[in-house]
Design a protein around this ligand. Sequence first.
Ligand SMILES: Nc1ncnc2c1ncn2[C@@H]1O[C@H](COP(=O)(O)OP(=O)(O)OP(=O)(O)O)[C@@H](O)[C@H]1O
Length: 214
Amino acid sequence: MPHADHPAPPLLDVKGLRFSRNDLPVFGPLDFAVDAGEALLVQGDNGAGKTTLLRVLIGLLRADDGSVDIDGEPARPARRARAMAYLGHLPGLKADLGVLENLNFLCGLHGRRRAQLPEHALAMVGLAGYEDALLRQLSAGQKKRLGLARLWLSPAPLWLLDEPYANLDLDGIELVNRMVQAQLRAGGAALVTTHGAYAAPPVRTRTLVLEKLS
Ligand SMILES: Nc1ncnc2c1ncn2[C@@H]1O[C@H](COP(=O)(O)OP(=O)(O)OP(=O)(O)O)[C@@H](O)[C@H]1O
């Protein structure tokens, strides 16, 4: 229990984070924090660096400079893997495996919440009946829904969602919003990239605007 004199550190605390490619700056230096129970909306035009920022945070790309702390501790690889779940353009799925096989494979790699079953997660995202379908037979929106099922099964408190609404119908958009609300209510947090303010989960939100630097 945090004492009033020692409030809990932010779930994610980023200071002076800077990234460049071929000596051209992509973003930063950036300073921001995300507390448990809130979302950070990462806004910016095409090419502003939103995806790159998430890839740096998750540890797929190395920052030039700056620090990333999770729960007050430096975000070393094992801590990032435990604390962060990433929903990206390529959800890391295997085209020639079935839907349920893919989900079980990812749960085997990254762990899953004990109380949640893959079959139930598939039903929750509207993929009941698709358990044995091959991934390559799914539409873009159905693949996104499978990525959401994986996210739901992840035990990680911090969600990094790269354009989570892309390819989804209205029902899918509401599903994302319900999931984010539940994740925040359970003490988690989410970073959500978007091109504009029109798509945002209805939760306590901070905003980070990225400008194109080069
Ligand atoms: N693999 C790569 N190699 C070289 N440059 C890249 C690579 N990926 C992205 N970039 C460049 O880095 C910059 C930031 O790209 P990024 O994908 O992070 O932008 P974004 O804000 O997510 O854009 P969008 O809204 O179009 O998805 C762009 O100028 C892009 O051209």
